[in-house]
Ligand binder design. Structure first.
Ligand code: PLP
Length: 438
């Protein structure tokens, strides 16, 4: 006789078979992705390689549990361990960023921003943010995004000559349009932002200031980037770039009244139940970022970004604003008469994965672009240092030179071999079989 219903018929193996046995097609796709990550150099600025501990948390039984609300104030029973977990993640976020309040529930960076808008704004209110075309983010009032449809978005850009934020222009726009919210931070802005100046502009305009630190949260956590919290009413972040965790968002503030509004903005405002497995992974990555070795990682990210930008510049690849203070940089291909689309494809063929990206004042459409965005967070995690990133800069330049017909025949093939050798020397998970998916 069967010992439980799970031993019977179509349910056989439900509690016992791993993914490979239960669903070979899904397993094959995941295995393929694992090998791709192993065999390519990841230069996409929004990616990283999470720890095995984070993967374990993401694939945990926490995904089975439904809770709504906040620790101690849930709408479902059986929340004892969920409460412990979320409280732990909140405490770690507060400790890491030295702030008084944290919400760890946003499913993504965009939803963290939406929750802030819901808490602070009414439909039709004016926001002032960096234009998407200048390096801002979709969720900062871009026309096709809900933020652009439901709010009146006014955008600032960057200088044509230097690619830098023109603070006088931000001040002028704030004075002219009287926004209720000003946003600093973007997806493709490589320089340190003057948070104090933004804070002063917002104060003078009677606006709140949101700093979206998605792309430099890990550097702030590691103490190698200026901290926006003293100057902002609220700071949002993603956890999966240089914070090196699973996918998700955070909302941080020092203001208790605002914190309550942001909590309501998240739930019941823009989200329902909590992705507890994602919260578990956030707790793990925040715990990792609290360890001293994370400071070493953050410094390495900064050093590596500078090494890559320097190597590209040395090979006459045009780096917007001349370098970087963050994990990312933007390359302008216009002088080389190449598009971001074509260049990103050639680089991918050589095993260098990056994304096409508009450069300031780009006249190509977003599906083509005249630029590339590179980030170093993921490849730094696998152990690359400044020597490897200097070499990667040379390999990128080899591929771009090859596209323009300025390289010796076979240069791209050689680049591809060197990429493979680097990946072999710096493996990501010690052994593929140790990954939960295998
Ligand atoms: C500045 C900024 N904010 C928010 C986000 C949104 O993150 P998500 O894709 O998790 O919604 C990103 C994404 O990369 C970003 O660059």
């Amino acid at each position: 006789m069967a010992s439980s219903w799970a031993d019977l018929g179509p349910h056989r193996g439900y509690f016992t078979d791993d993914l490979a046995a239960a669903d070979p097609e899904v397993h094959a796709a995941i295995e393929g992705e694992l090998r791709r990550q192993q065999d390519q150099i990841e230069l996409i600025a929004s990616e990283n390689v999470v720890s095995l501990a984070s993967l374990g948390a993401l694939g945990s039984v926490m995904t089975n549990k439904t809770v709504e609300g906040y620790p101690g104030r849930r709408y479902y029973g059986g929340a004892e361990f969920a409460d412990d977990l979320e409280s732990l993640a909140i405490e770690r976020a507060k400790r890491l960023f030295g702030c008084a309040f944290a919400n760890v529930q946003p499913h993504s960076g965009s939803q963290a921003n939406q929750a802030v808008y819901l808490a602070l704004l009414k439909p039709g209110d004016t926001i002032l943010a960096m234009a998407l075309s200048a390096g801002g983010h979709l969720s900062h009032g871009a026309a096709p995004n809900i933020s652009g449809k439901w709010l009146r978005a006014v955008h600032y850009g960057v200088g044509a000559d230097d690619g830098l934020i023109d603070y006088d222009e931000v001040e002028r726009l704030a004075h002219e349009h009287e926004p209720r919210l000003i946003i600093a931070g973007g997806s493709a802005y490589p320089c340190v932002i003057d948070f104090a100046r933004f804070g002063a502009i917002a104060k003078a305009a009677g606006a709140s200031l949101l700093v979206d630190m998605a792309h430099f949260a890990g550097l702030v956590a590691g103490g190698v980037h200026p901290d926006p919290l003293p100057h902002a009413d609220v700071v949002t972040a993603t956890t999966y770039k240089n914070l090196r965790g699973g996918r998700g968002g955070l909302i941080l503030t020092n203001d208790g009244d605002l914190a309550r509004r942001f909590d309501s903005g998240v739930f019941p405002g823009v989200q329902g139940s909590v992705l507890l497995n994602a919260v578990a992974a956030k707790a793990v990555c925040l715990g990792e970022a609290l360890r001293p070795e994370f400071k070493t990682y953050a410094q390495a990210v900064l050093d590596n970004a500078r090494a890559l930008a320097g190597a590209l510049t040395a090979r006459h690849v045009d780096v917007v604003s001349g370098g970087t203070d963050t994990p990312l940089m933007l390359v302008d291909l216009r002088a080389r008469r190449l598009t971001g689309d074509a260049a990103s494809r050639c680089l991918e063929e050589a095993g260098l994965t990056c994304n096409k990206n508009a450069v300031p004042f780009d006249d190509q459409p977003p599906s083509v672009t005249s630029g590339l965005r590179f980030g170093v967070s993921a490849a730094t995690t696998r152990g690359f240092g400044v020597a490897e990133f200097a070499a990667i800069g040379g390999l990128v330049a080899d591929v771009l030179d090859g596209m323009a017909g300025d390289a010796a025949p076979g240069t791209a093939a050689e680049a591809s071999q060197k990429v493979r050798a680097l990946c072999r020397d710096f493996p990501i998970y010690p052994d593929l079989a140790s990954c939960p998916s295998s």
